[in-house]
Write a protein that binds this ligand. Structure first.
Ligand SMILES: [Ca+2]
Ligand SMILES: [Ca+2]
Ligand SMILES: [Ca+2]
Length: 448
């Protein structure tokens, strides 16, 4: 046993040494790249496999280890060092996509790749800060200066009411928040299988829509109305409507069946949860639609949907068992679920031989509305906040024919930032900074 452990340790050391050289060589090779993958050195073998696959499809891709970033760049913290590197990668290599490959490291509240916390209290009485990957996408202020999200220069980054943030994205960012080597291996294999095999497949043409009565206290089935509106952009897709009003959605079983039958997209609008998604039946009883405990039932090998989960907090990536110490120390933003409930978005993407290829969702509490008060025939829920961002994924795919996932995510953000007062209204600001892509931003939707 001792010998095996020794071998593994030595193996890692050798690997680290070799990879660093290989990376330096590959950096010198090209002048231009489409994508950079940022990951800790220990994920290098699956990253290299993904790079080979991407290059086969003419997405010129390069690896940059977090270790080398921290050596070469001198930000105020690790996140800023990574952002300095991304800026250089844009200017030196003209990159379009940044894949952050790394999340929490194991049980510890440490990060393979950190998130940026934003201090914004939305008065919902729950969270006074949230994290955002949009930080890595908003590289420049208007005029081209580096956007540090600390406009008042007090060294407190991203403080609502004090720091003005540009919020216009400059590069497409997606994250695969792998905690370990095994997770990295699984998600890389899923991406390769998907991009090589989804094209022309029957299952891809299925669009699953999941909704019910989001707000019992107001008339109408808000979730279903938003789903119907989103479905209107998807000509040529078979719409599979799992709605509570029709009796087609009564619990998690119908959702499991729909996933196992295969679908290209799965769109939901209901009530959120870190490890679950809920909606209501006509008589008002709440049902669970998704839950971590059902993910093991998804046996859709090779038929992985892009999931648009338009609810709260499905991408709460900062869960770690040892948050328990922060929790007991009275940190206002940690709750017991932040110690024990893995988030559903990552659970779906990292599932081996099943689940999702990517999830677009929110890292914190998001908002919804009801009815059509502005009388334009469009449900108001689909016109602002998380509802609009979710709907716009299908709009940019179905109507604008954008087929690369990161481009779509970036367009939804640009559209939101230009249409709403994100720098003066904290609810609009929060809506856009919490909207995250859990997946490969260069993913070719529907495969090659
Ligand atoms: Ca500041
Ligand atoms: Ca209602
Ligand atoms: Ca309306």
């Amino acid at each position: 046993m001792k010998k095996i452990i020794l071998f593994l340790i030595i193996g890692t050391l050798v690997l680290n040494g070799l990879s660093a050289e290989a990376i330096n060589r590959s950096e010198e090779k090209n002048e231009q790249y489409d994508m950079v993958i940022i990951a800790p050195m220990q994920f290098y073998p699956p990253v290299q496999k993904l790079i080979n696959h991407k290059i086969n499809h003419d997405i010129q891709t390069v690896f940059k280890s977090t270790q080398s970033i921290y050596r070469e760049f001198n930000g105020r913290d690790d996140a800023e060092s990574i952002k300095f590197f991304i800026k250089e990668a844009i200017e030196k290599w003209d990159i379009t996509y940044v894949l952050l490959m790394g999340g929490r490291s194991s049980l510890y509240p440490k990060w393979h790749i950190p998130v940026r916390y934003v201090l914004l209290d939305d008065d919902t009485g729950r969270y006074t800060k949230l994290f955002s990957d949009h930080y890595y996408s908003d590289i420049y202020k208007e005029g081209g200066e580096f956007e540090d999200w600390d406009s008042n220069g007090d060294d407190v980054i991203a403080e609502w009411g004090k720091d003005q943030m540009d919020l216009l994205p400059d590069v497409c960012v997606g994250r695969l928040p792998c905690r370990n080597y095994m997770e990295a291996r699984v998600v890389v294999q899923k991406i390769i299988d998907y991009e090589n095999n989804a094209n022309g497949a029957e299952w891809f043409k299925n669009l699953v829509l999941i909704g019910g009565d989001t707000f019992n206290q107001t008339p109408g089935y808000e979730g279903e109305e938003t789903c119907d509106y989103a479905a209107g952009f998807m000509d040529g897709f078979e719409k599979i409507k799992l709605y509570t009003s029709t009796g087609d959605l009564t619990g998690p079983e119908e959702v499991t069946d729909a996933i196992n039958n295969g679908c290209g997209f799965l769109f939901t609008r209901g009530k959120g949860g870190q490890d679950r998604l809920r909606t209501s039946l006509p008589e008002g009883d709440e049902i669970i639609v998704f839950h971590n405990k059902y993910v093991k039932n998804y046996k859709n090998k090779g038929m992985y949907p892009v999931c648009i989960l338009g609810e709260c907090i499905h991408a709460k990536l900062d869960v770690a068992l040892l948050n328990i110490f922060k929790f007991t120390n009275g940190e206002p933003n940690y709750f017991i679920q932040d110690c024990i409930y893995e988030c559903i978005a990552w659970k779906l993407v990292k599932k081996n031989n099943g689940g999702a290829i990517a999830v677009l969702t929110n890292t914190n509490i998001c908002y919804g509305t009801s009815g059509d008060l502005n009388g334009n025939g469009i449900p108001d829920d689909a016109e602002s906040f998380g509802g609009k961002l979710a709907v716009d994924v299908l709009r940019f795919y179905g109507e604008e024919n954008i087929t690369t996932l990161g481009d779509i995510h970036m367009q939804t953000v640009k559209d939101y930032v230009s249409g709403f007062p994100v720098s003066t209204n904290k609810y609009h600001c929060k809506s856009v900074i919490e909207w995250i892509l859990i997946g490969d931003p260069s993913l070719k939707i529907g495969g090659y």
